[in-house]
Design a protein around this ligand. Structure first.
Ligand SMILES: NC(=O)c1ccc[n+]([C@@H]2O[C@H](COP(=O)([O-])OP(=O)(O)OC[C@H]3O[C@@H](n4cnc5c(N)ncnc54)[C@H](O)[C@@H]3O)[C@@H](O)[C@H]2O)c1
Length: 272
C-alpha cells in the first residue's frame, strides 16, 4: 500500500454516514482498512442497512449522535474510544439542504424566509460542525494528531443561481427560491476551517474544507438537471462517489502539509 494514501487501521468518524455522499465515504474508507465510526442522529436496526453497509465487519460501527447535541457527541466519542481509541480522522459530512421539491414555507423569498428554518439549518450545518470539532477535534488535539474534513458546498462560496430553479414556477405555479440559510451556513465553515486549521496547526491536527457541487439523484426534476448541467463546465452532475478521492487525500498523509484551506471538487462550477 502506498504510504501517502494509507488509511489502514486509522479510526475515522463520518457524521451523517448513512446519507448519499456519506455512504460512499464510509465504504471507501472501510475498503481501505480504516475503522469507520458512523455517527447518525437516527439508529436504523442492523437488518435495515445490512444490504448497503458492512454491519458485521469489526471495522464498522454505528453510533447514535445528533451533532447539535454536545452530550450525544461526548457519549459517541467515549464509545468510539472504548472500541478503537481516539479517532485519527473526522469527516463532518452531516448537513441539511432544501431541495427544489421542498414546500414554499421553507423555500420562499428572502424577505419572508422563516427565522426558524434559518436557525435549524445554521444549527445543524454550522453549529453542529462546531460542536463535533470541539468534541472529537479536542480529543485529537490532546492526542497530538488528526485530520478533520469539513464538508462545504459551492453554494457556500458563491450564491445559488436562482434562474436554475425558475422552471418550478412555470411547472407548478409555485416559485422555488433556493434559500439563504444553506449558503450562509456553508460559508461559515470556510472560516471555521481557517480558524481551526491555524488554532490546532502546532498540535498536529489538520483541518480542511472539501467543497463539492451537486450530486445527481433519481428524484431530481429533469428541468433542474438540465439547467444545472448547462451551467456546469464538466457537463454533468457528480456521482456520489466522486468525492472519495478528495476525502482520502485530505485524511491521509498525502495532504500532510495542508491545513486551514479548501479543496474545491466541483466539475469546474466556480471556474467561470
Ligand atoms: N448532495 C449534494 O448535491 C451536495 C452538494 C454539495 C454539498 N453537499 C454536502 O455534502 C454533505 C452530504 O450531503 P448528502 O447529499 O449526502 O446528504 P444526505 O441528506 O443524503 O445525508 C445527510 C446525512 O446527515 C444526517 N444528519 C442530518 N442532520 C443531522 C444531525 N443533526 N445529526 C446527525 N446527523 C444528521 C442525515 O441523517 C443524513 O444521514 C452535506 O453536508 C451536504 O451539504 C451535498
Amino acid at each position: 500500500m502506498d504510504k501517502l494514501f494509507d488509511l489502514k487501521d486509522r479510526v475515522i468518524v463520518v457524521t451523517g454516514g448513512l446519507g448519499q455522499i456519506g455512504r460512499e465515504f464510509v465504504m471507501e474508507l472501510h475498503g481501505r482498512g480504516a475503522k469507520v465510526a458512523v455517527l447518525n442522529r437516527r439508529m436504523p436496526d442492523k437488518a435495515a442497512i445490512a444490504d448497503r453497509y458492512p454491519v458485521d465487519s469489526e471495522n464498522f460501527g454505528l453510533f447514535k449522535a445528533d451533532i447539535t447535541r454536545k452530550k450525544e457527541l461526548q457519549d459517541a466519542l467515549a464509545a468510539v474510544k472504548e472500541r478503537w481509541g481516539i479517532p485519527h480522522g473526522l469527516v463532518n459530512n452531516a448537513g441539511i439542504d432544501t431541495q427544489p421539491s421542498a414546500p414554499p414555507e421553507v423555500s420562499g423569498p428572502f424577505e419572508f424566509f422563516p427565522e426558524e428554518v434559518w436557525r435549524e439549518v445554521v444549527d445543524i450545518n454550522l453549529t453542529g460542525t462546531f460542536l463535533t470539532c470541539q468534541v472529537f477535534g479536542g480529543a485529537m488535539a490532546e492526542a497530538g494528531r488528526g485530520s478533520i474534513v469539513n464538508v462545504g458546498s459551492i453554494y457556500g462560496l458563491l450564491s445559488p443561481i436562482q434562474d436554475i430553479y425558475a422552471y418550478k414556477k412555470e411547472k407548478t405555479g409555485v416559485p422555488f427560491i433556493k434559500p439563504v440559510a444553506y449558503s450562509a451556513s456553508k460559508s461559515g465553515l470556510t472560516n471555521l476551517t481557517h480558524y481551526l486549521g491555524t488554532y490546532w496547526a502546532k498540535r498536529g491536527v489538520r483541518v480542511n474544507l472539501l467543497v463539492p457541487s451537486g450530486v445527481g439523484r433519481d428524484t431530481q426534476d429533469a428541468e433542474f438537471v438540465k439547467n444545472y448541467t448547462e451551467r456546469m463546465p464538466i457537463g454533468r452532475m457528480a456521482r456520489a462517489d466522486e468525492y472519495n478521492g478528495a476525502v482520502v487525500f485530505l485524511l491521509a498523509d498525502a495532504s500532510i502539509y495542508m491545513t486551514g484551506t479548501q479543496l474545491v471538487v466541483d466539475g469546474g462550477w466556480t471556474a467561470w
